[in-house]
Design a protein. Structure first.
Length: 688
């Protein structure tokens, strides 16, 4: 039995936990949930299973994964430390040669119809005609992540064709087909260091994902994503100590088994990881040898449903498309309008489809840059993506800027609302921007918006909920949304549904300044009037929180000031303003170069040279005043559309910019010529 000083994790598992910063937490957790005996509920669980998965290592040290099956009841606990299994491996299974006293097994009991699973590490105590008796070394439960729901059917084994065993040193066509379309497989690993502790031995684990989550690189090599799990790292920890694995693929429709063994490598920093949705890291499997065991299972399974966690992961086809899209992120591409939804009296949503569905990776809260010919003139605008990165669609939501006294209607928003039709195309650059949701420490979150400022907030809420499902951890999120009337508020039903699905983690507060008479406060909305400091004070959690603000500049400044007065740290307030206006923070920005009094500006590609002075303002205004038409979007240093090359001279920025720039790049919308030496004639050469 494990002593009090033995860790439930061996050196390899501990090494990965240390690498990822969860070592202390997992040691405490492991000592609570990893036992040297089976709890009563585990004993009952195993007793009703019709099959169980087993891992072992053969005489040459190669791990294998196997399946044992019989009628329910073939697994029975004689007490909480012993398990009797009345079954024998199928013909051709390497497990037939691992039935000796003391042989170490890893076992996985899994019920695909309910997604329940529990794990065991054990060794053979004795064998007899009644079956195999195991002595338990470790027992622990497992979460139901990535397990596809399947319904089991039995066949009469007497009606099966004769079993066929085919040895493999490479993946044949049939194996490649099964592997590349699999959504489930089982992986065996093994470690022995001579310590005799319960943490060494064999392990078998379930691995699930979308069909296509395993990449067949060649006739011997596979690349596989590793998703977020329970931080035990039983499989990968074994890989660290012993870089070998056994893989078992089941042909659920025909009863064939594909069992493989080979070597593995963990890819901690592969560039492919960022393009594979849900992948924390990758690992490879190189086949040494294996075999087909055909017609050996009298069991069949029908796929019923994918796990919710599986739907938030990717496939290699999607990863390849995302990687290609990333390489084109700075290039205009034609996106097709596939759906238009009226979200409120002022806001419409437009669903867009990228070429060949090659959607770029992005962060929740970032924006797209759009270009269209409106009235015979090219127009460029930026709009926040209101969908989440893992959604199956790209959505932007646009307010119609209607004409007011002394102010004409918005040119681009009018075009989008009144002229754009299903099937039309827009030229689009991939999402970008420095305003996006990030919360690695899981602090409470306030999302505060006014009007169409709700668009990044719903993207953030959708993303947070999806990540909560994937990681089984979610912070408290309060959305505080301001609108004039109920007809002007967007995403009301969608936000209510997100709050419901979050099981209390998301709370939505609607503040209406002019609510209709028939609305009931507390039911149809929560606050009458604008968002005030008093309201925020009633909602702020204790301790640190992250606050995201989006709306008109006066709204942003007011909310920022309120949060600061309420004690929210400046570094935890994240903002996005509309247009060129910027927020005034109560800390100084980085000191910039002084602005020149005058300069000679040479636009080298247009052969235009003109004298600039301070009254001419930024270089975008200056270029337009002299007949040039550079591309632009936000005019506030956020989108990067006006980025150009500077081949001579220096510029000064009088506001913070959020776009990453190379040493020879500038943003026209924010830049002015920088002052040189007292006697120096300032000259800029701009590639425009």
């Amino acid at each position: 039995m494990q002593t009090t000083i033995d860790s439930p994790f061996h050196q390899g598992e501990q090494q990965i936990q240390e690498r990822l910063g969860v070592r202390g937490k997992m040691e405490c957790f492991g000592r609570q949930v990893i036992r040297s005996f089976m709890p009563d509920q585990h004993q009952a669980f195993y007793a009703q299973l019709p099959f169980i998965f087993v891992a072992h290592a053969d005489a040459e040290g190669w791990p294998w994964a196997s399946i044992l099956f019989n009628q329910p009841g073939f697994i029975a606990a004689t007490d909480n430390q012993h398990l009797q299994i009345n079954a024998r491996p199928v013909v051709g299974d390497p497990l037939n040669d691992a039935l000796e006293m003391g042989d170490r097994w890893g076992l996985l009991g899994i019920e695909l119809s309910t997604r329940r699973r529990n794990r065991l590490a054990a060794h053979i105590n004795q064998t007899s005609s009644a079956g195999i008796e195991l002595k338990i070394d470790q027992a622990f439960g497992n979460c139901p992540q990535y397990i596809q729901q399947r319904e089991l059917h039995r066949l009469d084994p007497r009606l099966l064709p004769a079993a066929e065993i085919v040895e493999l040193s490479e993946f044949d066509t049939q194996a490649t087909e099964l592997i590349s379309h699999s959504d489930t497989f089982f992986v065996a690993s093994y470690v022995t260091n001579g310590s005799g502790t319960a943490s060494e031995g064999a392990d078998v684990s379930h691995r699930g994902g979308k069909s296509g989550f395993i990449r067949v690189d060649n006739t011997q090599l596979l690349t596989i994503p590793d998703y977020l799990g329970n931080f035990h790292f039983n499989t990968l920890g074994n890989f660290v100590e012993n870089a070998k694995a056994g893989l078992l693929f089941i042909d659920f429709s025909h009863g064939h088994l594909l069992t493989l063994t080979g070597t593995v490598e963990i890819l901690w920093d592969s560039p492919d990881t960022e393009f594979f949705a849900g992948a924390e890291r990758l690992w490879t499997f190189r086949l040494d040898h294996g075999r087909w065991l055909k017609n050996v299972l009298p069991l069949r399974w029908d796929l019923k449903d994918y796990a919710a966690t599986t739907t938030l992961t990717g496939s290699w086809q999607e990863a390849t498309a995302a990687k290609k899209a990333d390489s084109l992120k700075n290039i205009w591409q034609d996106y097709k309008v596939t759906k238009i939804v009226q979200e409120s009296s002022l806001i419409k949503s437009f669903y867009l489809q990228a070429p060949a569905d090659q959607h770029s990776n992005f962060q929740a809260g970032q924006f797209l840059t759009l270009k269209a010919d409106v009235g015979g003139k090219q127009q460029i605008r930026t709009y926040t993506v209101s969908s989440a990165p893992k959604d199956s669609f790209i959505r932007i939501s646009i307010k119609h800027e209607q004409a007011q006294t002394g102010k004409p209607a918005g040119v681009f928003s009018t075009f989008m609302h009144q002229q754009l039709r299903l099937g039309d195309t827009l030229q689009v650059k991939a999402p970008t921007g420095a305003f996006y949701y990030t919360n690695p420490k899981q602090r409470p979150v306030l999302l505060i918006s006014a009007g169409v400022g709700i668009t990044p907030m719903i993207a953030m809420a959708r993303h947070a909920l999806q990540e909560g499902v994937r990681t089984r951890s979610m912070p408290a999120i309060i959305l505080v949304c301001s609108a004039r009337t109920s007809t002007q508020r967007a995403f009301y039903a969608e936000l209510n549904e997100l709050a419901y699905q979050s099981a209390g983690h998301i709370q939505v507060i609607w503040a209406l300044s002019q609510p209709e008479a028939h609305l009931k406060i507390g039911t149809d909305y929560q606050y009458r009037g604008r968002i005030t400091q008093q309201l925020l004070a009633s909602l702020l959690p204790e301790g640190d929180c992250d606050a995201y603000l989006c709306g008109p500049n006066s709204f942003m400044q007011s909310q920022y000031n309120s949060l600061r007065e309420l004690g929210v740290a400046n570094k935890y307030i994240f903002t996005e303003a509309f247009g060129p206006a910027s927020l005034v923070r109560d800390t100084e920005t980085v000191k910039q170069l002084s602005v020149a009094e005058a300069a000679i500006i040479n636009f080298t590609e247009s052969n235009v040279e003109q004298t600039w002075s301070k009254v001419d303002g930024n270089l975008l205004d200056f270029a337009e005043a002299h007949g040039l038409n550079p591309e632009f979007g936000c005019r506030s240093g956020q989108c990067g559309t006006c980025k150009v090359k500077l081949s001579k001279g220096k510029v000064s920025y009088q506001q913070d910019i959020t776009v990453g720039l190379e040493a020879d790049e500038i943003l026209l919308c924010c830049a002015m010529p920088a002052k040189g030496a007292d006697t120096e004639l300032v000259q800029l050469d701009i590639q425009l």
